[in-house]
Design a protein around this ligand. Structure first.
Ligand SMILES: Nc1ncnc2c1ncn2[C@@H]1O[C@H](COP(=O)(O)OP(=O)(O)O)[C@@H](O)[C@H]1O
Ligand SMILES: [Mg+2]
Length: 337
């Protein structure tokens, strides 16, 4: 019989959705059974755990068994940050072109087995371009959330090494991982490796990594989703573009999308008076989603700190216009209320 603490830990890890701890505790239980001489029970437990682990494929950073690539686990940890997002597409406000591209990818991914049966490959390589704060990074999380997958964020600074050939070996490890662990692999700020091959200074290693990326992404035949995001598409090497299934441009929100964003961020709160969304949207015109989200959050903070339980639309208006003093110089918020 396992100790009460171990059972508690199992339950807690289930509640916290902490798969790593769940499996670690389960292994501890198997080990303590073995110590008590219950060899058969211990073996049975171990088998169940190994099987579940394989199916879940959660262990790739910690179990050398599942990493058949010849990599010390420390190196992978430096390269990849793993997390399980809790958002999906409904948390985002999207322009129609973006929405269409994402829905298409998700639909094909949800039916990948069916498509493969017919020798068709589902879309899975996306290049996202657009101004900062328009939702590129968030998209990788939302896709993962929709598909119940983890996001593996590739640390591009960790990838670049001054030692000859090392960056390429590391990139190879990442592409190997894609085959073994279906997930969303995010190459954020992709321009740092994807920029023009013939540009100035210490370009040697960047050039080699870019070439190697081109070769790897072309050969890649995994079931993982690759998302590369950049604010600087014009600096990308042209050879990259045709390696992706879709290139999606993220625009700034229009007036309707601004209104939807404000409604999303403030849902669940009641207002001290009915917000005039048209005016708020005009105040926010030209701001990105991130700035609008932050302005709303500032108003919520103000509400909490002032001891009120009602959100003041004027407060949102003021936060928005603080973020856009130049763009909205002429609009007077006080007129609207
Ligand atoms: N399209 C969107 N819909 C809803 N919220 C968004 C959207 N884009 C950005 N945000 C908000 O702004 C934050 C930063 O966005 P992010 O995805 O990092 O932008 P980018 O990667 O394009 O610079 C997000 O965490 C989210 O709160
Ligand atoms: Mg980003």
């Amino acid at each position: 019989m396992a100790a009460v603490d171990q059972i508690k830990s199992l339950i807690k890890s289930y509640v916290d959705d902490d798969e790593h701890r769940f499996f670690a505790t389960a292994m501890q239980i198997a080990a303590s059974e073995a110590r008590q001489g219950h060899i058969l029970v211990a073996q049975e437990l171990k088998n169940i755990i190994e099987k579940a682990r394989k199916e879940k494929s959660v262990a790739f950073l910690d179990s050398p068994k599942t990493v058949s690539i010849n990599a010390p686990k420390r190196e992978l940890k430096e390269l990849i940050e793993v997390f399980k997002p809790r958002i999906d597409l409904r948390d985002m406000v999207l322009a129609p072109n973006v929405n269409d591209a994402l829905i298409k990818l998700i639909r094909e991914q949800k039916n990948w087995e069916l498509l493969k049966k017919h020798n068709l490959s589902p879309r899975r390589k996306l290049l996202l371009t657009g101004l900062p704060g328009t939702g590129k990074t968030m998209t990788a999380q939302a896709i993962a959330g929709e598909l119940g997958l983890s996001v593996y964020i590739i640390r591009l600074d960790g990838l670049m090494s001054k030692y000859l050939g090392e960056s390429i070996a590391k990139l190879r490890m990442i592409f190997d991982a894609m085959e073994q662990h279906r997930a969303v692999y995010l190459f954020d700020e992709f321009d740092s490796i994807g920029s023009h091959r013939d540009k100035g200074q210490d370009i040697g290693e960047v050039k080699r990594v870019l070439n190697s990326f081109l070769i790897n992404i072309e050969k890649d035949n995994s079931n993982s989703i690759i998302v590369a995001a950049t604010n600087l598409p014009e600096s990308l090497d042209k050879a990259l573009f045709r390696r992706f299934d879709d290139i999606v441009n993220y625009p700034l929100p229009d007036l309707n999308q601004i209104t939807d964003t404000i409604k999303k961020v403030t849902r669940g709160f009641s207002f001290s008076k009915k917000p005039n969304y048209k005016t708020l949207a005009q105040l926010a015109n030209g701001l990105n989603y991130s700035e609008i989200t932050k302005a709303c959050e500032e108003a919520v903070k103000e509400m909490i700190l002032s001891g009120s339980n009602k959100l003041n639309p004027l407060e949102i208006g003021m936060s928005l216009s603080k973020k856009a003093p130049l763009r909205n110089g002429q609009t007077e918020i006080s007129k609207a209320y």
